[in-house]
Design a binder for this molecule. Structure first.
Ligand code: NAP
Length: 312
């Protein structure tokens, strides 16, 4: 097994991780990014991105990530396409392991992201970015005046639905039970929204459409009745799973598994910083994740200034 020591190891290659790489590299810290076996994070499943500043014309999610990756590499970030499977943050230097190597690190930036939960339908994945979305703020703009459905009954679903109702002609929330999990305040707002309606006790069994969404099949879970309903888009808003499994017992996290930080980037372990959706369940935007990556990198740099072991 290869063993190496690095100033900064960054776990994750979405906008947070790659921005952290760019800043650390330009600070002369020779950072290493573990990209995961699939690099790029959630943007790799996004079609047109119109809200990332600096691109006059829409850029696809994969193109945007390729630009960030090339930029990070050009300024000197080492990229390793491997999954981090284990960390030891109780020893110092910290230890980060993948199936093929073990690396010690003077500081770590966790930017491992969060995965939107899926309905696990073949048609959902086939039409992802073609009418199926997980992000109203990202994609709502493309559905002005359209008829939309949102799946879910929690805070995210109602926030997405009320956001979308400002743009769409109508929004139908499809929920598997007859009671919402969302906060009372969000429920009140949703129930008083004239463009919003609900289908209760129901599951989406298929998203229909060849090249883009034209509707969904919905099954009533109490009666078994199935019907096809026309929609121009489907927003799946059934929660997120932050990628924090390998940090359990070492980094503080909330009941939903999101990492907890003070001063935005500092975890409970000195020298371990956090950036992006693995902490932030509020904004979840590429631009906010990138900003987080910058902050974590600057904080790691400040931390390393006090370390006599930094390798230049
Ligand atoms: P959540 O609270 O876990 O709600 C997920 C919703 O999706 C639930 O209604 C659940 O149904 C439904 N669901 C889960 N899996 C499903 C499936 N396979 N098929 C159909 N429906 C499914 O997730 P969240 O709404 O993302 O919220 C996560 C956390 O972030 C919560 O603590 C929330 O309070 C917080 N949050 C807060 C705000 C805010 O304060 N403004 C905004 C967003 C999120 P059941 O109800 O039947 O389980």
């Amino acid at each position: 097994m290869e063993q190496d020591v690095s100033n900064v190891v960054i776990i994750g290659s979405g906008p947070a991780g790659l921005t952290a790489g760019i800043y650390c590299a330009r600070a002369g810290l020779s950072p290493v990014v573990y990209m995961g076996s699939r690099y790029g994070g959630q943007l790799m499943l996004t079609s047109d991105v119109e809200n990332y500043p600096g691109f006059k014309d829409p850029v696809t999610g994969p193109d945007l990530m390729e630009q960030m990756r090339s930029q990070a590499e050009r300024v000197g970030t080492k990229m390793i396409q491997d999954d981090v499977t284990e960390v030891d943050l109780r020893t110092y230097p910290f230890v980060v392991k993948t199936p093929s190597e073990e690396r010690r690190a003077l500081s770590v930036i966790v930017a491992s992201g969060a995965n939107p939960r899926r309905l696990n339908l073949e048609s959902e994945m086939r039409l992802m970015g073609k009418g199926v979305s997980n992000c109203a703020v990202c994609d709502g703009f493309f559905f002005k005046g359209k008829k939309l459905a949102v799946v879910g009954g929690g805070d995210t679903a109602l926030e997405e639905a009320t956001y979308l109702s400002q743009l769409a002609s109508s929004v139908t929330v499809i929920h598997r039970r007859d009671a919402l999990r969302a906060s009372n305040a969000l429920q009140k707002e949703a129930f008083s929204d004239p463009k919003l309606s609900f289908i209760w006790d129901s599951a989406v069994t298929e998203v229909t459409g060849e090249r883009k969404v034209d509707g969904v099949k919905v099954r009533n879970l109490k009666t078994g009745e199935e019907r096809s309903l026309p929609f121009d888009g489907l927003f799946v808003a059934i929660g997120y799973d932050p990628n924090t499994e390998i940090f359990k017992g070492q980094l503080d996290m909330d009941a939903n598994g999101y990492l907890i930080a003070k001063n935005e980037t500092e975890t409970n372990v000195r020298g371990v910083f956090v950036a992006g959706d693995v902490r932030d369940f509020r904004y979840r935007q590429a631009v906010t994740a990138a900003a987080d990556g910058c902050k974590a990198a600057l904080d790691a740099e400040r931390f390393l200034k006090e370390s006599p072991a930094v390798i230049r």
